[in-house]
Ligand binder design. Sequence first.
Ligand code: S3P
Length: 461
Amino acid sequence: MRYAAFIAKVPKQIIIQMSEPKNSSATRVRIAPVTKLSGDFQLPGDKSISHRSALFAAIGEGVSQLSNYSSARDCQSTLDCLEALGVRIRRGPELIVIEGAGLDGLREAARALDVGNSGSTIRMLSGILAGQNFTTEITGDESVRRRPMKRVIEPLTLMGARVESSEGGFAPLKIRGGNLKAIEYEPPVASAQVKSCALLAGLFADGVTTVIEKTPTRNHTEVMMRECGAAIEVTKTEAGERISVAGRNPLGALGRYTVAGDLSSASFFIVAALVVPDAELRLRHIGINPSRTALIDALKTIGARIEIENPRVEHGEPVADILARSSDLKGDLELSGPVIANLIDEIPILAIAGARTDGTLTIRDARELRVKESDRIRSIVDNLRRMGVEVEEFDDGLRLRGRQRLLGAQVDSFDDHRVAMSFGVAGLIAEGETEIVNADAASVSLPEFYRLLAASGANIE
Ligand code: S3P
């Protein structure tokens, strides 16, 4: 049965569960080319903001009611870990209710915490664990256990936590926290997760903790700290941004908090609308924090028809509706330097847009992609080549000429959600059918991806 027809009969809740089979390696999805897409919908809450909303709600005082909390498997992992630390959470279909335990209310977990595939959970939660007077073991799936953790071990150790890791600085981590002292810290990598880890630990430390950021990264932690009444100060200096937070001040609850739709998830639909010949997609209530919008700005420079409608600010976060339409993409796009941190998660889907412009797409200074959920430079290059696209691979990026034919082929998600979804979009404009192996990886950030694409007119089986 055609996926679109099949899912039309199944309630949404069940589809989300179905897309999480025990053995995700078995899932395959076939996508046929289309000439038309149309849709007008909302997306689940931003993954970055959802993680943070749960973490802050857990260590705040009072009850927080989170709506539009992300359905991403990663964000469920954050809730699982918090529950294991004694936080009371009620998960309804519309609302996640979290009873704040306060800064000192977490309790020792009975077993090791498992973050699944979520690098954000392990890195940010480690900051909170470093503030606890007990020991926690925290680990994740094979991909998380390959991801660099020295970047969080270093600041936490400097603050006085004892952190054991596997040889080379990998998870599992064993964190013995408590009695933290404030530090001034300049992370060696541009990473919002590392910044957030140090600032979260700073909430538990005596004194004022400062993170100095040379290259700006997403600032959702800073925005949310303000929402919870933390004593946070951000100043711009020649050396970069100085973000300071005073420790040991009780945090307020988030109260009723609606998470803005996920711009990184939206980017797959935005690019799909740009590259399919007759397409118009309107995505409602999407977070457009400027620390996340470089993809839109970059695409506009090559003629993308993307409009930002009804801009507003909610809970300190800019939000808008986004309209994307078929576009004649023209010109070269060369991205390197500080802008890379702003669109790091969007590079896989940008590569698909790059195959459509009449110029050349070049990405440099993106070595971080090598240590994401998969080695994303490798995953993108490998899959593009399988689709017959000529692409040059660099240690820190890639280059491809536009207006190349994409041939339907069997591609692999490499168990990476953003790779699965990017090649789902590539399948819409390929000649012939595209099959994605391990397609269910998409559930890590957007379990609804194939359903929404099918509802917009894609042929997915
Ligand atoms: C995230 C920060 C980025 C990003 C990830 C989410 C966050 O990671 O790639 O998907 O929520 O802070 P890094 O901090 O490792 O760059």
